[in-house]
Design a protein around this ligand. Structure first.
Ligand code: C2O
Ligand code: CU
Length: 484
């Protein structure tokens, strides 16, 4: 990725801050901390509406106009316990139709929020009631599923935490929601480049301004000796982040991916790669010096930038690492292993994009050459079909075991997300792999072949798409039909 970066993700920071320095002061913005649980059987209303956010600097006066749930970004943290019922009334006060999708939840299909597949769009002034139970604990998120490439870039997303019945004890449970925005020099969202075909045919809409929890480089207050659970969520349209959380000042272990518990906590050996839609939970044992600052670095562009800091309390002294063992999270317990030998194989061939070989594809029932596809804004295809949802990729019996052989014949990585289910990678480039965690979003690299195994245990129509949102809109979407 080539970012002509001046300081932060390619944006000329000095330019943007010119004239704003008068009001700039050091203000520590606490990370969004996981506080009181919202999990009750009460209905709660979430209003999708315009709002504004201090994306540039907590202290200065520029407020970026966003669209957000309850007008904020991220939207309100929704926190429940495993087995709880979510009752959310979406109220749409936006000028455009919208919806909410509950990313990663093995949900009741009618509540999946996919406009055009599972529900009609919720128009301006309208409401929609989402009611479903939460079978699995972990870190999930919610976002619009209508015109996502625009609506998510404007800020329509939030985090859904489902607590384990037997959650590990930590001193702080913190969100780390990372996004990149494409802002103009005046600090407003660059709406003029929505739909830019170059983005659609390349990596997607990459931003030039990075935020964590909707803020510029927040300071995360910590104490020496503390144990912290940090929940990383990538809400960007297209950016694959690499977060380097390693430091001599703390020990860090990964305990979950896409909400799913790892069998054994894994001490971090390298930066964490986080594709759009993916989540990772990390346990940190803090051992830094009182008053010290430790940066979390984002390294995906090759030019590391500090995207947040741990700031140690000045009092209390330096403490050694807690001697409590980092235990694995309680396993979900409801995933039957995939019977690889007996599973039905389904092929998914990805083509298109810049520098690809695609000469044409089916769209709206006819074969179109590339030129017509560009006019129709469909520049990617699955199995030679660009973005049509009239027929599913596969019709499945309930509880059928399947293998989806993804062959990426493009020059671009794609973060493939399947709704309503979890899968395991069972083969990579033809080689069997075992013991991989269950996920809902998997990064498939350029020219790579990845086989996902799953049991189609959730009836309904389930979207399967690239989570680079411009790729999704540009043709990379299909669905599976699981019969009741
Ligand atoms: Cu996170 Cu189909 O979406
Ligand atoms: Cu893609």
């Amino acid at each position: 990725m080539n970012l002509h970066s001046v300081s932060r993700m390619g944006m000329n920071r000095r330019h943007i801050l010119r004239g704003l320095m008068a009001t700039a002061a050091v203000v520590s913005l606490p990370p969004q901390s996981i506080a009181a649980t919202s999990g009750t059987d009460q209905w709660r209303t979430i209003t999708a509406k315009p709002g504004d956010a201090r994306l540039l600097d907590a202290a200065q006066s520029v407020r970026t106009k966003i669209w957000g749930y309850d007008g904020s970004v991220p939207g309100p943290l929704l926190r429940y316990r495993q087995g709880d019922t979510v009752r959310v009334r979406l109220e749409n006060q936006l000028p455009d139709p919208t919806s909410i999708h509950w990313h990663g939840v093995a949900i009741d299909n009618r509540m999946d929020g996919v406009v055009g597949l599972t529900q009609a769009a919720v128009g301006p002034g309208e409401q929609f009631d989402y009611e479903f139970t939460l079978p699995d604990p972990g870190t999930f998120w919610y976002h619009t599923h209508n015109q996502s490439w625009e609506q998510m870039a404007r800020g329509l997303y939030g985090v859904l935490v489902v607590d384990e019945r037997d959650a590990p004890a930590v001193d702080q449970d913190l969100l780390f929601v990372i996004d990149d925005w494409r802002l103009r020099q005046d600090g407003q969202i660059d709406t003029g480049s929505f739909g830019n075909m170059h983005d659609w045919a390349h990596a997607g809409r990459l931003g030039n301004w990075l935020t964590v929890n909707g803020a510029d480089r927040p300071q995360i207050s910590v104490k020496s000796g503390e144990r912290i659970r940090l929940r990383l969520v990538n809400t960007a349209n297209a950016r694959i982040f690499r977060l380097d959380l390693r430091s001599p000042a703390h020990a860090a272990s990964m305990i979950a991916v896409d909400g799913f518990p790892l069998a054994l906590p894994q001490e971090l050996q390298e930066a964490i790669e986080l594709a759009p839609g993916q989540r990772v939970d990390v346990i940190l044992d803090m051992t830094g010096d009182p008053g010290g600052r430790v940066a979390i670095r984002e390294t995906s562009t090759g030019k590391p930038v500090d995207c947040a800091h741990f700031v140690y309390d000045k009092t209390g002294g330096k403490k050694p690492r807690t001697n409590r063992r980092i235990a694995a999270l309680p396993t979900w317990g409801n995933h039957a292993p995939v019977d690889i030998a007996a599973a039905r194989e389904i092929d998914l061939h990805m083509t298109g994009g810049a520098m690809g070989m695609m000469s044409g594809a089916m769209h709206r029932g006819r074969m179109m050459p590339m030129g017509d596809l560009v006019d129709a804004r469909k520049v990617w295809a699955f199995n030679g079909v660009a973005g049509d949802l009239d027929r599913p990729l596969a019709q499945l019996r309930r509880n059928e075991h399947i293998l989806i052989n993804i062959k990426n014949d493009t020059r671009w990585p794609h973060a493939m997300h399947l709704h309503g289910h979890h899968f395991q990678v069972v083969r990579r480039n033809g080689t069997p792999v075992s013991g991989t965690p269950w996920r809902d979003t998997e990064l498939v690299r350029p020219m790579e072949q990845v086989t996902l195994g799953l049991v189609a245990d959730n009836p309904g129509k389930w979207l399967f798409h690239c989570h680079m949102l411009e790729h999704q809109a540009g043709g990379m979407k299909t669905w599976i039909d699981v019969r009741a």
